[in-house]
Design a protein around this ligand. Structure first.
Ligand SMILES: Nc1nc2c(ncn2[C@@H]2O[C@H](COP(=O)(O)OP(=O)(O)OP(=O)(O)O)[C@@H](O)[C@H]2O)c(=O)[nH]1
Length: 288
């Protein structure tokens, strides 16, 4: 879990770093959390990427509702962006990445040819908000492949290009983007899925939000795992019941709601309460 807490100074620094790195690449892999493909988007991403080629990777697809993921792939296609559902933890979907990146770079290749330039491997980087799986994606794409140590303009201290295919090189450090801050519901989605550190959020509120979201989709699973009555609407009492059920007590026999909340979020994030997607592509007409 990332411990980054976003203050204006951090944001300015991150923006500067990402902008500098973006200038070195031809194509961007925008990494999103398949459970929250809209809420995990950086609010300034279009401005940052500009007219550069990009693909979207919907990571942690193993934890998301698969029909919702398909809808999001269509949603991005409608906005002329190729999106691929992937699982960095298993490698599922990864075979599709290189062809998609190369295809996204076709126009660039054309431009090079028109200018009489000799084609070189395309250069790519991964960008995304904290905890979305950037390092996991880079490691999987890099595998045991060698880093390209040739002298290259613009690669700063510690950064290297990794050869992913004959036609593709990847920057071995990701671009860390800040999440959306202004919408409280987006905040709850980011916190419940783990993109925002538990330290900076009210853990009981987040756990209760997670319970409500699960209850809407699959009340039976709550009954099964926590022995809750699936016929009642969620109330804050549920936190008390669940904490007691796991034996989390503080002195005086009171339930330890913080421990109970941690348990709920751990279950929720690990997929033990089902696969879910908290954003909807259908109810939105967002500009991409
Ligand atoms: N279930 C599941 N977990 C994943 C997947 N990809 C990454 N993770 C987990 O998500 C967590 C974050 O992964 P990282 O690769 O560290 O993410 P990051 O974006 O580099 O994180 P920061 O360094 O915080 O910016 C880790 O616990 C990974 O094991 C996936 O496809 N499925």
């Amino acid at each position: 879990m990332s411990s980054i807490q976003w203050y204006p100074g951090h944001m300015t620094k991150a923006r500067r770093q990402v902008t500098a790195d973006l200038a070195k690449v031809d194509v961007v892999m925008e990494l999103l959390d398949a459970r929250i493909p809209l809420s995990s988007r950086n609010p300034d991403i279009d401005k940052l990427i500009g007219t550069k080629a990009r693909i979207v990777l919907l990571n942690k697809a193993d934890l998301a509702n698969s029909s919702a993921t398909k809808e999001f792939v269509d949603y991005f296609a409608q906005h002329n962006i190729k999106a691929i559902a992937v699982e960095a933890s298993t490698g599922k979907g990864f075979k599709l990445i290189v062809p998609a990146v190369e295809s996204a770079c076709k126009a660039l290749l054309e431009r090079w040819k028109q200018k009489g330039m000799r084609p070189r491997p395309f250069r790519a980087m991964v960008v995304g908000i904290p905890n979305v799986g950037k390092s996991s994606v880079i490691n999987r794409l890099a595998g045991a492949r060698k880093t390209v140590t040739a002298n290259r303009p613009g690669v700063t201290r510690g950064q290297q290009w990794v050869k992913v295919s004959d036609k593709l090189e990847l920057l071995d450090t990701p671009g860390i983007l800040w999440p959306k801050f202004d919408d409280p519901l987006v905040g709850l989605k980011l916190a419940s899925t783990g993109a925002v550190s538990d330290l900076v959020t009210n853990i009981e509120e987040i756990a209760f939000f997670a319970l409500q979201e699960v209850d809407k989709r699959n009340a039976a699973i709550l009954q099964e795992r926590y022995h809750l009555d699936s016929h009642t609407v969620p109330t804050e009492e549920w936190l008390d019941k669940i904490s007691r059920r796991f034996g989390f007590l503080v002195s005086g026999g009171k339930a330890d709601l913080v421990k109970g909340s941690k348990q709920i979020l751990q279950d929720f994030r690990a997929g033990k309460l089902g696969k879910f997607t908290l954003d909807s592509s259908l109810s939105l007409n967002n500009e991409v």
